[in-house]
Write a protein that binds this ligand. Structure first.
Ligand code: ZN
Length: 186
């Protein structure tokens, strides 16, 4: 939060904690401790603490903010990144941060699939960072279970509608199968 947000916060603290010592130096000092904290989170934390404490300091706010953010994370299932995301780790971090901030994360892949990470995501998560070529190699170790495809192990998938090779080389469900068979399911 910014220095001016810290000034507002200390006024809020003074209003809620009349016995709290707040002087002209308090905002500066508190800002040093609270610079990394989101202003809205800090205000929420202060309001929470006012229900049970008569005095608070920056350390109380920081630890309460941490609890608030963890609670948001535990309430919200983490959506999988889009199936083709090659920068899934960045997207995953972004999702985690947005959930902790209390912002809604768009349900990528639709609704209830939020609790079912995509095959690519699972593969990435269980087997570490792998690029598209690694994913293809993994998928090709098993026959494709996709309806209308039937590609044998070692052969690339073809589109069931056009009969042409898939651009990515495999159906997503095939990588899913390969990950399952390698015992790497998260
Ligand atoms: Zn296939």
């Amino acid at each position: 939060m910014t220095p001016s947000e810290t000034v507002v916060l200390t006024r809020y603290v003074k209003a809620l904690f009349p016995h709290q010592q707040i002087d002209e130096y308090t905002p500066d000092a508190w800002h040093d401790a609270l610079a990394d904290i989101d202003a809205f989170d800090a205000r929420t934390a202060v309001a929470d603490l006012a229900k049970s404490c008569r005095f608070i300091g920056p350390a109380d706010i920081v630890s309460r903010v941490r609890a608030i953010r963890n609670e948001r994370l535990s309430r919200t299932p983490l959506p999988p990144p889009p199936p083709d995301a090659r920068d899934y780790q960045r997207q995953l971090q972004e999702s985690i941060r947005r959930i902790a901030d209390g912002k809604q994360v768009s349900a990528i892949g639709g609704g209830r699939r939020g609790s079912q990470p995509s095959a690519e995501y699972r593969a990435a998560r269980t087997q570490g960072s792998r690029d598209a070529a690694d994913a293809l190699a993994a998928a090709l170790t098993v026959p494709c279970p996709a309806l209308g495809c039937g590609a044998q192990a070692g052969a690339r998938c073809v589109s069931s509608t056009s009969g042409r090779p898939l651009g990515r080389g495999f159906h997503p469900t095939r990588l899913d199968r390969a990950v399952q068979q390698s015992g790497g399911v998260a």
